[in-house]
Design a protein around this ligand. Structure first.
Ligand code: KIV
Ligand code: ZN
Length: 506
């Protein structure tokens, strides 16, 4: 029987620490449901002491998810621990995750503590946490740059005070596989049977390699994020680590509980919600991961896929479709296509997507699977927006001799609003007109456009990130007209900003 490795997903906590990523509670819950279906053992849902929003998100996820355990992060202090324990109250199975840094660099320059003082803090925090909650994990931040003897002393102290597992983070992504594997082996041997987890960052592009080295050396759990998102260069990617363990079972001899056929779908959902695109050459989930361009490769794959494919794309949920949709396709074909793509959504969403599909089919000759996924995403986003603004009509004027001008009409709760504005170009003018309508001065932080599929009639997907003071919001819009998708994405970001304000009581 192969050793089971647990998967601890921190997309909703470390992933959300990625600059510019800001998810509301509905979006976090949606990702949590996806992670549960994927078979993740533990979902780190947030850092409750960090904000009211994080607290509410962890509570909501703990209340609704029962197929995965829910972890909440806390610094080694009472207020943080109280917040995390409160957030986990309704969890069927929860994990209180307490951390503090152990490297001399952090002790001196961040915590201003001696090693003795740090041991006292760990004793106090873990004992306190354990007195309130049955399942505690202790993480030693910057473990890979800590003195290994001291690190082991800290871990032993945490375990004596009630921690049921420990985690070795390579917080700054500094370690290399042989070195990290050796550190893990030392800790595993010193702790005699206490489960050891790892948390690897990707600053040198080695997060997955370090995680695999840790597993080879006795780690029984690993932290990861979908698409590898996270602080700076991100964390070990869930899909890459899981598929390396599966594909090279001959080397690792371990198993996870992940349903790999969901990897592609979950990756797309996280990309869509966070607004962080998946690079085409990204292993496992990039759009090129299973494409073959050169004639020699194509010929080989047609004869036998094993020539150039080490993974059957169906293993990660990528199927080439058999149902081709066009303007004559009706409800039945549309639903068959959704089943083929393993898209299961409430009828209100599929109905909205169907209407958008019919509309698109009149303008676009070939509707691809990615078009359908984009329309479903759009319908899901719209369904989360209660009482938001909706685009009614727009008009723009631009040229190289005139100042660009836009006039936009939107509706909200039965009222109609129209404003006109000028700008550096037609899109800037549209955004200025929308700012006028909502009476805010949102700043555009980021603007990205990509064709969902090929051809001049392709759907153009625009993603914007706008800021209102400290807070940033992403928005997405899809249309065959890029000005329209730009306006829709800006309205979507404004609606998300309004939702967050309502949730926060603003
Ligand atoms: O990178 C890190 O050290 C962390 C800890 C909080 C586990 O994210
Ligand atoms: Zn981290």
């Amino acid at each position: 029987m192969q050793r089971k490795i647990s998967v601890f997903d921190t997309t909703l906590r470390d992933g959300e620490q990625m600059p510019g990523v800001n998810m509301n509670i509905g979006e976090k819950l949606r990702i949590a449901y996806n992670l549960e279906r994927l078979g993740v053992d533990i979902i780190e849902a947030g850092f409750p002491a960090a904000s009211q929003n994080d607290m509410r998100a962890v509570e909501k996820i703990a209340e609704n998810i029962s197929g995965s355990a829910i972890a909440a992060l806390a610094r080694a202090d009472k207020a943080d621990i109280d917040a995390a324990v409160k957030a986990l109250q309704k969890a069927k199975s929860g994990l209180l995750h307490i951390f503090i840094a152990t490297s001399d660099i952090h002790l001196k320059h961040k915590l201003g503590k001696t090693r003795e003082q740090l041991l006292d803090t760990v004793r106090e925090a873990v004992s306190y946490g354990r007195s309130l909650y049955g399942n505690v994990q202790f993480s030693a931040e910057d473990a890979s740059r800590s003195d290994p003897d001291f690190l082991i002393e800290v871990f032993k102290t945490a375990v004596e005070c009630g921690a049921g597992s420990v985690c070795i983070p390579d917080t700054v992504g500094y370690s290399v596989p042989d070195e990290f594997g050796a550190l893990v082996k030392r800790v595993v041997n010193a702790l005699g049977g206490v489960p050891v987890s790892v948390h690897c960052h990707n600053d040198l592009g080695l997060a997955v390699a370090n995680t695999l080295a840790a597993i080879e050396n006795g780690a029984s759990r690993f932290d990861c994020t979908v698409n590898g998102i996270g602080e700076r260069a991100g964390n070990a990617s869930l899909e890459e680590t899981v598929m390396a363990l599966k594909t090279r079972g001959d080397v690792f001899g371990v198993r996870t509980g992940i349903d790999t056929s969901m990897l592609s779908k979950v990756s797309k959902t996280v990309a869509s919600v966070t607004g962080v695109y998946i690079p085409p050459n990204k292993a496992i989930v990039g759009s090129n991961a299973f494409s073959h361009e050169s004639g020699i490769h194509q010929h080989g794959v047609l004869n036998d896929p094993q020539t150039y494919e080490i993974i059957d794309p169906r293993t990660v949920g990528i199927r080439s479709g058999t149902i081709v949709l066009g303007k004559l396709s009706g409800h039945h074909a549309f639903e068959e296509k959704l089943a083929e793509l393993d898209i299961k959504q409430p009828q209100s969403i599929t109905e909205a997507a169907y209407k958008a599909f019919k509309d698109l089919a009149c303008r676009k000759s070939r509707i691809d699977d990615d078009d359908i996924r984009a329309l479903i995403e759009e319908a899901i986003i719209d369904s989360h927006i209660v009482d938001g603004y909706e685009l009614e009509s727009y008009q723009t004027q631009s040229g190289d001799r005139i100042k660009a001008m836009a006039m936009i009409t939107v509706s909200r709760q039965g009222s109609i609003y129209t404003e006109a504005a000028t700008g550096e170009g037609p899109i800037d003018a549209c955004f200025n007109a929308l700012n006028r309508i909502v009476g805010k001065d949102y700043k555009l932080i980021n603007y990205g456009i990509k064709a969902v599929t090929g051809g001049t009639d392709a759907l153009g997907e625009v993603r914007v990130r706008i800021a209102d003071g400290e807070n940033e919001y992403v928005g997405k819009g899809v249309s065959t007209d890029i000005i329209k998708s730009s306006i829709k994405s800006y309205i979507n970001a404004i609606n998300r900003a309004m939702c967050t304000e309502i949730i926060n009581g603003g």
